[in-house]
Design a protein around this ligand. Sequence first.
Ligand SMILES: [Zn+2]
Length: 247
Amino acid sequence: MDDRPGSALRTLEIRRNLREEITETLRAAVISGELRPGVVHSAPQLAAQFGVSATPVREAMLDLAKEGLIEALRYKGFRVTEPTGKDLDDLSELRSLIEVPTVRRIADAGVDPAAIERLRPLAAETEAAAARQDLIAHVTADMEFHLRLLALADNPHLVETVRSLRAQSRIYGLRSLAERGELVASAREHTQLLDLVAAADAPGAERLMRRHIGHLRGIWARAEPESSPTRSNAGQLGTSAPRKRRR
Ligand SMILES: [Zn+2]
């Protein structure tokens, strides 16, 4: 038993990190469609897959319910909310309105080369995750890449707005795209985007960012959740989630 002073605080810290990590993983699972909409998921079932107790999973679920990603069902668990095609279209439109001109502005203003270099490992991670068909890792790295790129415009409100828009979006066709090997090409655009920003090619960065968002819109339009393979259920989540755990 660890009774040194501060150990309770450390325990709290570990628990908070675990909760954040589980929230992040579940969020990516919802966005990628790996956690299927319409199905009832329970905290104990997911906790077993994460190899943790149900408490941090329940807490993570409450966080996601606040974000509107899931709907809590009393005594049963939760259900992933299902945006309509129009919802997804509207979200894409908003993202384009914000992200495309912002990326242009960043390229135009010129960026410290060191800041670009710090983003390259994330660009590489989205590509590596796409290559090994780890959709949850891909979505997580993709979200972080775009938010950190946008952060270069020095407007935290803008970054938070985009985070929320992205969290509400769904990219249902991701698995079939990964299986066809096409996700890597889309992920490679992150590195190309960094090259354009580094070269201060504002029109080029704007064009690529527009195309990049357009891809996602095309992906979900081709594949609604009903038509996604049965393996994209909660069971799949368990294969990648526990390994992500850090202590
Ligand atoms: Zn991206």
